[in-house]
Design a binder for this molecule. Structure first.
Ligand SMILES: C[S@@+](CC[C@H](N)C(=O)[O-])C[C@H]1O[C@@H](n2cnc3c(N)ncnc32)[C@H](O)[C@@H]1O
Length: 306
């Protein structure tokens, strides 16, 4: 059974399995998501506990089980939920599916079947920066986010500054030899009788390998945003995704929202949100996080008005 855990001006948090919740939404509402971010269990074979409390080592409660009796079990869980998501997609919606090496290849085949091979819009290689550990073979230092546009087209806010990255040093040294009247360094190219200027400080279009969004436990621990929920994703990663593929007022959906990272970022960026999770601990943490955000927003508004 799905239970409403929290409703704010911008969105809702539902407690329970996302499958019946998504099916009910498709039946009862015409509201369609612009962006769905899905960060499912990765098939680690473990039961994940949370680290709650002030002492970093304090043992926490069980957050969620990620044991499916093998990969086929995870795929069987995912298939109807992805199909339910496909029914909630609207014009220019996109679905971002976050996985790692344990399941990404099989989930790609599954998602191609559910959304259609032509809906595959690309993939992001996310490098969380935790470093290599393995000595008996190649280390795996990235995770993969598969991106689908069920409609064949997706919202892509190409002009957002978060969708740019610095030029490589070699490129800067070789090509950016001009300085304009404001002191900005640029490169000029002449193509087909037209000239184009590229400014060094604007950076180049972002590629598909993202190394600049460190994980919660990478070299620079993100203490301020850590909730203690296992596998919590960093806000910077979600901020880039939300900025890229949704617009203010658009609906951002996270059907396995864990600690509510996507929802908090969506709310902060003025998007509507819908989050679902079946772990009571996830709901408790996400609810607290969203309430704190609401309280901070209310305080800011009253300070501005005073
Ligand atoms: C990898 S975690 C998500 C972490 C989240 N992105 C964050 O930043 O905190 C996966 C989540 O999927 C949830 N989950 C697994 N199966 C689910 C289902 N059928 N319906 C809803 N939530 C589910 C788990 O409870 C867990 O919180």
């Amino acid at each position: 059974m799905t239970v409403l855990a929290l409703e704010t001006a911008l969105g809702r948090l539902l407690s329970g399995d996302c499958l019946p919740a998504l099916e009910e939404l498709a039946r009862s509402s015409d509201d369609r998501f612009e962006l769905a971010y899905v960060d499912p269990p990765f098939n680690t074979g473990k039961v994940h506990g949370a680290r709650l409390g002030d002492g970093a080592r304090q043992l926490g409660q069980t957050a969620y089980a990620d044991a499916w009796g093998g990969l086929d079990g995870l795929l069987a869980m995912l298939e109807p939920r992805l199909a339910a998501l496909a029914r909630l997609a609207g014009e220019r919606s996109s679905v971002w599916l976050h996985l790692d090496h344990r399941a990404v290849h099989e989930v790609k085949v599954l998602a191609d079947r559910v959304f259609g091979r032509a809906a595959f819009a690309g993939e992001i290689i996310w490098v969380p920066g935790n470093g290599a550990r393995r000595r008996s073979g190649p280390s795996i230092t990235h995770q993969t986010i598969l991106v689908y546009a069920p409609d064949g087209r997706m919202i892509w806010n190409a002009e957002d500054p978060m969708l740019r990255e610095p030029y490589a040093q070699t490129s800067l040294q070789m090509h950016f030899s001009h300085i304009d009247a404001d002191g900005r360094r640029f490169r000029e190219r002449h193509i087909g009788g037209k000239s184009y200027r590229y400014y060094a400080d604007r950076g180049r279009l972002l590629g598909s390998v993202w190394t600049d969004c460190p994980a919660m436990r990478a070299n620079t621990p993100l203490v301020r945003e850590t909730t203690g929920y296992p596998t919590q994703k960093p806000e910077k990663l979600l901020e880039r995704i939300v900025r890229a593929a949704s617009r203010p007022g658009g609906l951002v959906l996270d059907p396995m929202c864990g600690s509510g990272t996507t929802l908090a970022v969506a709310a902060r960026l003025g998007r509507r949100f819908l989050g679902i999770d079946r772990s009571p601990l996830a709901i408790e943490i996400a609810e607290r996080r969203l309430r704190q955000l609401e309280a901070a927003r209310a305080t800011n508004e009253s300070t501005v008005q005073a």
